[in-house]
Design a binder for this molecule. Sequence first.
Ligand SMILES: [Zn+2]
Length: 326
Amino acid sequence: MASQSPTTGAPSATDLPDYAPVPQSAYGPALNEQGYYVGRVERNLYWVTDGSYQSAFLTTNDGVVLFDAPPSIGGNIRRAVDEIASANGVSKKVTHLVYSHHHADHAGASSLFDKNVIRIGHEETKRLLQRDNDPARPVPEETFADRRTLKIGGERIELAWRGPNHSPDNIYIHFPDHDTLMLIDIVNPGWAPISMSNLSEDIPGYVAAPAIALDYPWKHFIGGHVGRLGTRDDVTLHQQYMADIDASVRKALVSVDPTPFFQKYGDNPWAAVSALFDAWTEAGAAPVIEKYKGVLAAADVYTSSTVFWVMESIRLDLGFASYVHP
Ligand SMILES: [Zn+2]
């Protein structure tokens, strides 16, 4: 009999499912005692991680430009900046903070930086942050619509909005003089996306994003999650994973026969739809899990969830396998 926590009724750890081992290549560098790692990406561009989230910063002649402020890293962003600035004898004053998008898990430590920091983001980020009215995420004073080039302390940063993907406001942050692209919540280097394609709102945009990312020249990829940076191969592998999901879902949608589900649950169409969605998801996910187990970490944990969400987009956004009553 399964043992349960007497207080919550939750299963004990021993009852929880086992998953395929995580490939060693999915992990990044060890964290320090305070629970973070800070490393050089290229020249004066650095990245900080707590193993799950990532932030980045540029040290310049005029101060530090910060890119995202995930609350899970929180005060360690300041420590990482101080550590690098004092080691290199440059200013540790954060003068600018660029938001990749409005989500609290990447921006929720923004308020740790003072009011004099200039916050920069897409105009939709500003609108969404005004809507959300969260004191942890002050709205950006400086916004842009499609593209903006920042020149700060002699450094060049290219910001671009190329349509909705993970969120309506998610932007591409290109460092042309550092061979680096920062694009958050699309590709988790070495890992499968988490729930429902990294909880993405616009799946056609999410699926198109890696090709846009690969159009830029860069060597280093800052994805916002997991404990390591990415490479062009990581982005290509993710792109192939999503293409395989797309092909597998289309196959499942035309090969699983809905008839028995509606026969069984004739008086309860929601039960029929639920069982049919489950069957489509399972048929779509199985070959993809098989192919990527041991290749992308947690492919066996999260592929079904992403398959479900991509399947709904293929049906509802693209109209694939749409049935019109005669
Ligand atoms: Zn997000």
